[in-house]
Write a protein that binds this ligand. Structure first.
Ligand SMILES: N[C@@H](CCC(=O)N[C@@H](CS)C(=O)NCC(=O)O)C(=O)O
Length: 216
């Protein structure tokens, strides 16, 4: 695999730094030991027709490799993991289990977690948000406790660190403005363990280093 480009934002506000979803892709590439270039874009690029041809929703990340252009962080991480046995086991049944957990991270955990983050980060102080928040927090806590039950005697979701742990940790991190993960010892330990990986530290440092001081 050669000549990979990952598109990311040139600037985001402080609360989003370390959360933007190109981090998942950078992390997977670091785990797989695959070099890449970054392309940084701003609001104007996002809205352009040319960019919409690469990412139909105008979002980041985009992954480009030769003739292949991919969007959706989960699909991109899966594509990288398919080339890296450390991230996705070769055994068919083990691989299917890891894929199931990748979907669980993005499809079962991320929606309520993202709802809560949007209330807290974009709508704090609004009457409707104050009214809705307790229910959304309960929905998040339920999923966190169920995940903690699964993890209580496990270091990772399936045997060893895989692409599923990468996505799950990235999703849990969306709650970093709360103490909801820290309050659950099994989840706190799991998140810290995954984030201690050199590949994560490098990916995070590279994302943070890419941001300009000013929007534009
Ligand atoms: N499901 C998409 C979500 C991508 C996404 O929400 N990207 C954010 C940054 S983390 C974005 O580009 N937001 C700007 C927008 O939606 O216009 C994925 O996982 O790639």
């Amino acid at each position: 695999m050669t000549g990979i480009t990952v598109t990311a934002f040139r600037w985001v506000p402080d609360f989003a730094r370390g959360l933007v979803r190109d981090l998942r892709v950078r992390w997977a590439l670091e785990e797989a030991g695959i070099p890449y270039r970054q392309r940084l874009i701003g609001l104007d690029d996002q809205a352009s027709e040319a960019y919409r041809r690469r990412q139909p929703f105008g979002q980041v990340p985009v992954y480009e490799e030769g003739m292949l252009t991919l969007f959706e962080s989960g699909a991109i991480v899966l594509h990288i993991a398919e080339r890296c046995e450390a991230l996705l086991p070769a055994d068919a049944a083990a691989c299917a289990r890891v894929r199931a957990w990748m979907f669980a991270a993005l499809n079962t955990l991320e929606p309520p977690i993202q709802n809560l983050a949007e209330i807290d980060l974009f709508h704090a102080g609004e009457a409707w948000a104050a009214e809705r928040r307790p229910q959304v927090e309960e929905a998040v806590k339920l999923r966190l406790s169920q995940l903690a039950c699964w993890l209580h005697d496990r270091e990772y979701l399936e045997g060893h660190f895989t692409a599923a742990d990468l996505l799950m940790t990235s999703v849990l991190n969306i709650l970093r403005h709360t103490d909801l993960v820290a309050r659950v010892p099994a989840l706190d330990a799991y998140r810290r363990n995954c984030e201690a990986r050199p590949a994560y530290r490098k990916a995070l440092a590279d994302q943070l280093a890419s941001f300009a001081d000013q929007p534009g």
